[in-house]
Design a protein around this ligand. Sequence first.
Ligand code: NAD
Length: 249
Amino acid sequence: MILQGKTAVVTGGTRGIGLAVVKGFLDTGAAAVSVWGSRQETVDKALAELREAYPNAKLSGKCPALNDAAAVAQAMDEVAAGFGRIDILVNNAGISQSTKLNDYDPADFAKILDLNVAGVFNCTQAAVRHMKEQGGGVVLNTSSMVSIYGQPGGCGYPASKFAVNGLTKSLARELGPFNIRVNAVAPGITRTDMVAALPKEMIQPLINAIPLRRVGEPEDVANAFLYLASDMASYVTGAVLSVDGAAMT
Ligand code: NAD
């Protein structure tokens, strides 16, 4: 039980990769997890499923606007008060887009950076206040394969994930002296709602180019979070761990 007794906040924890991370944390001993999402209904739906599967776990749900620092700080303070401490923060909520530059609405560019970058900043700042007080913690960010290679379209998304890597590496340096580790996981194509909706003609050529010849499952990605959240990664900080089947190498 590598996360025995730990408490965690997972943003974007209602489905896909984030929900797999929540389940992975609970499967490996976490005592309390706060599931954050964009809407109360989706948070409630995820909580109902989790309460049935993990009747002994302490669970809560929140949906602050992640670009609103004050709302995030209030939600984080409530979680810390309810759980007693915040050992692990997973900044996983994110949106993507594939619009080409000519057609790119500047408002959409700002929206992506607002959630994928400012959201990570706000949640980290709010959680780290508690982690410093309690003597340490772990911050994990969901980056992407495109944070290394870019992508031919939707430039706001890879730009946001390059920024996530920048936050990861910089905050690892700043917060190491406070016993706070900061790492990122960079998934390749992962079977979530977003990818399941793509037509087979589009997805198959992408799969053919992946050395492992399959897309990732949310659990493949969640396992990397489990490792990085645990003491098994006690000397790992500032890393961006690729979980992509060597898709682009
Ligand atoms: P998903 O769309 O299945 O889930 C996204 C989650 O983010 C949901 O829980 C949703 O509630 C939350 N969210 C969305 N907009 C939000 C908002 N405005 N405020 C608060 N929460 C919001 O996506 P996923 O595929 O599980 O992606 C999770 C993370 O993984 C994202 O950061 C994404 O960029 C990254 N990622 C996904 C893939 C992939 O192929 N699926 C690949 C690389 C990286």
